[in-house]
Design a protein around this ligand. Structure first.
Ligand code: AP5
Ligand code: MG
Ligand code: ZN
Length: 215
């Protein structure tokens, strides 16, 4: 199963991907999580990426293309992949097609999770994250124990880029650079719309109804 989860910041890509990866036994590949792990570890890549991420801007394409090429070459991707946060520009999408052609795992479906802007801002302002990639919301999806991850027991934190001014910039970057990919994938006949509003469980079952066709 070869899938891209597409959608603006806060649409619920990470939330859904975590559950989908368990359900379908395919790796969840989030370029945001990979970049944040590099920032935490203080790698050269992390140092380069942090400046862009803190401003809500996209990290340069050549950096991301390198990351995704290496990640897709790992052996856990044999049964498929669930991409979250990649591609975000037309050059990234073109590079992805070329990489997938070489490894013989063409994209089967792009799920476009749609949520209105004001709802996105409310979701991101109240988000609490775990370094394991799990994300919570103070109101909409609280952990069982305050500030502690249900999945791994670590303490939760707020992302540096979940501040209202940076959130607005991320939404602008999305509209300018990423949203054009909706037509790009529509023209390839790969795009399926998902209504991202409503309960997390409901969105999950809508997605499963689509993905079950690709099992
Ligand atoms: P990235 O980490 O990918 O961030 P993003 O795209 O801004 O998306 P988010 O992770 O904020 O949103 P999400 O859709 O995963 O929402 P979530 O499930 O957490 O990228 C961060 C940065 O890295 C970028 O700005 C860029 O600088 C860089 N980067 C990464 N990839 C790149 C690339 N390919 N090219 C260039 N640069 C790149 O949910 C959000 C909140 O809502 C949570 O609190 C959750 O609990 C809640 N929630 C989820 N679903 C629901 C629901 N149905 N109802 C109510 N609340 C819900
Ligand atoms: Mg995410
Ligand atoms: Zn955790």
């Amino acid at each position: 199963m070869n899938v891209v989860l597409f959608g603006p910041p806060g649409a619920g890509k990470g939330t859904q991907a975590k559950e989908l990866a368990k359900h379908y036994q395919i790796p969840h590949i989030s370029t945001g999580d990979i970049l944040r792990a590099n920032v935490r570890d203080g790698t050269e890549l992390g140092k380069e990426a942090k400046g862009y991420m803190d401003k809500g801007e996209l990290v340069p394409d050549e950096v991301l293309i390198g990351i995704i090429k290496n990640r897709l070459a790992e052996s856990d991707c044999k049964p498929g992949y669930l991409l979250d946060g990649y591609p975000r520009t037309t050059p990234q999408a073109d590079a992805l097609s070329a990489i997938l052609e070489v490894i013989g795992m063409p994209l089967e479906v792009v799920l476009d999770i749609d949520v209105a802007d004001e709802e996105l801002v409310t979701r991101l302002c109240g988000r609490h994250m775990c370094t394991c990639g799990e994300s919570y919301h103070m109101k909409f999806n609280p952990p069982e124990k305050e500030n502690v991850c249900d999945a791994c027991g670590a303490e939760l934190y707020q992302r540096d880029d979940d501040k209202e001014d940076v959130i607005r910039q991320r939404l602008d970057s999305y509209k300018e650079k990423t949203q054009p990919l909706i037509n790009y994938y529509k023209e390839k006949g790969l795009l399926v719309d998902i209504d991202g509003t409503g309960a997390i469980d409901r969105v999950f079952s809508d997605i499963c109804n689509i993905l079950d066709q690709y099992k």
